[in-house]
Design a protein around this ligand. Structure first.
Ligand code: FES
Length: 106
């Protein structure tokens, strides 16, 4: 479910955009976070924990718990609940340890 107009602020939803999640083309609204777009598409499991293979997804929704990590445009372990979705983004589940990043990479 997505609100077309916020009942209190009156803010309207943005225009429709598209993104990929694990290779599947999905629709979202401009201005949504990656996590909100996944939830709006009925996806609650964003990935699995690397050790116990337990489902991971939205938990705190404030960028503090690291439960919603996904790979966004190749950048592993990105926080989906605070990252605003962009048209054409490629989002993938994180199901393993991240690869080592060089110090000057994001
Ligand atoms: S849900 Fe906790 S950091 Fe995203």
């Amino acid at each position: 479910m997505q609100l077309e107009k916020h009942p209190i602020t009156g803010r309207k939803a943005g225009k429709e955009i598209q993104f990929l999640f694990n290779g599947e083309l999905l629709k979202a609204k401009e201005g949504q976070t990656v996590a909100a777009a996944l939830m709006a598409n009925g996806i609650k499991e964003f990935g699995k924990s690397r050790k116990l293979l337990q489902s991971r997804g939205l938990y705190c929704a404030t960028g503090r718990c690291t439960n919603c990590f996904v790979t966004i445009n190749g950048l592993e372990h990105s926080i989906s609940c605070t990252t605003v979705l962009e048209d054409g983004m490629k989002v993938e589940s994180n199901n393993a340890d991240p690869t080592r990043r060089e110090p000057n990479e994001n």
